[in-house]
Ligand binder design. Structure first.
Ligand code: NAD
Length: 440
């Protein structure tokens, strides 16, 4: 049988090739824009009709992705968004960017991936390239996707092509994006890897080929576990340093002057976002199949998970020192997005902190220039707050202010000047009078 690869590569080169992106969220939408901007026709698929409607109207629902990029793509006539999954067969390549959360019992919840795989299988045709981008445990591509597709009577590497290529998107990062970062990729066969590489080379500077989808899946998990474990390490050292009267921030900055062998990680109020608190546990689950416990992951999870409680403990201590109790105190949380300069609240430690404060009788409020309303979270159904404007009066009437997320839009001088007590989880208020600032 003649290989389809040379012909498909030629079509990629000529942009006579349609990209379908499934799941138009924080990962999928930037991929749509990037492929569109380098000249491909792009079809976006999502089960959420509201997202499709907004994209069709030229709106962006991701704050750091400007709407003008969507508008100019739509005007080019090369982009369409749809909820009609029968159209999956129109795409030459399908990128799967759907969520991979944990279940209530903290096991992998692959329902979105398997639903998508079933939908693709229904319209799979000769020549299609399928790229799973969602973060998941090693084995997902070959154990969950491949059998569904081959059950259609087509053979991977000959009739259709299948790869795993993890996404390194870091929302809000102004230094690195899809266009500037190498992309790891592992194909089910050499032919799959070759076609995947040909496609992604059009949008990233380098494609890093690994031997298998499993190796690519593990690479993404290593990157995120590395962060989770190192953050836990500095969080533990932060608590110890606090007891010993040592400033952990000073220590980290000093250690970071070593020109080799040390990479600085910083403590904080706990992990947030869709990735670092969740992805490591995909591996923990899979490791059980191999009779292994992932002890570093579990320990890091335990320490990082305890951070909101520790921060609230520091608020209690600070108020006590002023003859006040948390019960009845007015407390303002600054920043509910899980990291600076974005609007994403998923798994944000601020949600846990607000809930813990409330459980102990505090009157809680928050302020966040990127999040006008804080509500509707899976684990915090009772939270429904509207952001307070950060005025002199707001600050002066609080018994304590907790800096959880250090957005650049926060006026540090202004807050430091007007707040009565600041519990600072990010070392943002260094240099302010120590009687006002409590590091946590
Ligand atoms: N957000 C990040 O920074 C980031 C970075 C790297 C990797 N990832 C990984 O990428 C994947 C997607 O994450 P995200 O942050 O973009 O999620 P998201 O929630 O922002 O977007 C997912 C989109 O998929 C849609 N969707 C759900 N089920 C679907 C289905 N069956 N068919 C079509 N669309 C469906 C949702 O409506 C939503 O629009 C996850 O595996 C995540 O771990 C995320």
């Amino acid at each position: 049988m003649t290989s389809l690869i040379p012909h498909l590569k030629e079509r990629i080169g000529q942009r006579d090739y349609t990209i379908g992106v499934i799941g138009l969220g924080y990962v999928g939408l930037p991929a749509v824009v990037r492929f569109g901007e380098v000249g491909f026709r792009v079809l976006g698929f999502d089960i959420d009709p509201d997202k499709v409607k907004r994209l069709t109207a030229g709106e962006s629902y991701i704050r750091h992705l400007p709407a003008d990029r969507i508008v100019s793509l739509s005007r080019s006539g090369r982009f369409e968004a749809t909820t009609d999954f029968v159209r999956l067969g129109e795409a030459d390549a399908l990128l799967v960017c759907v969520p991979t959360p944990l279940t209530r019992h903290r096991n992998p919840d692959l329902q979105y991936v398997t639903q998508t795989a079933d939908a693709i299988a229904r319209t799979l045709r000769v020549g299609q390239l399928i790229c799973l981008e969602s973060t998941t445990y090693p084995g997902t591509t070959e154990e969950l996707l491949l059998p569904r597709f081959e059950a259609r009577g087509l053979k991977a590497g000959e009739d259709f092509f299948l790869v795993f290529s993890p996404e390194r998107e870091d929302p809000g990062n102004t230094h690195f994006g899809l266009a500037t970062m190498p992309k790891v990729l592992g194909g089910v066969s050499d032919a799959c890897g070759e076609l995947g590489e040909a496609l992604y080379t059009t949008i990233v500077p380098t494609v890093v080929r690994v031997a298998s989808p499993k190796a690519a899946e593990m690479t993404k998990l290593l990157e995120n576990i590395y962060r989770a474990v190192n953050i836990a390490l500095v969080n533990e050292l932060k608590m110890l340093s606090d007891r010993m009267g040592i400033d952990i921030w000073e220590v980290i900055h000093a250690a970071a002057t070593k020109p080799f062998g040390f990479q600085a990680f910083y403590p904080g109020p706990g992990l947030g976002g869709h990735c670092i608190p969740i992805d490591p546990f995909y591996l923990t689950w899979k490791a059980r199949e191999y009779g292994m416990a992932t002890r570093f992951i579990e320990l890091a999870g335990e320490i990082n998970h305890a951070m909101p409680t520790w921060v609230v403990g520091k608020v209690v201590e600070a108020l006590n020192g002023r003859g006040k109790s948390l019960n009845g105190a007015k407390v303002l949380v600054l920043g509910v997005a899980y990291k600076p300069n974005i609007d994403d609240q998923r798994e944000s430690p601020a949600l846990e902190i607000l809930t813990l404060l409330r459980q102990q009788g505090a009157q809680v409020n928050y302020s966040d220039p990127h999040v006008p309303r804080c509500y509707g979270h899976r684990h915090y159904p009772d939270l429904d707050l509207t952001a307070l404007p950060l005025t002199t009066e707001t600050l002066q009437t609080q018994d304590a202010v907790i800096l959880v997320t250090n957005h650049s839009a926060f006026d540090v001088e202004f807050i430091g000047h007007h707040a009565r007590l600041i519990v600072d989880t990010r070392n943002t208020f260094k240099g302010f009078p120590p009687n006002k600032i409590v590091k946590a």
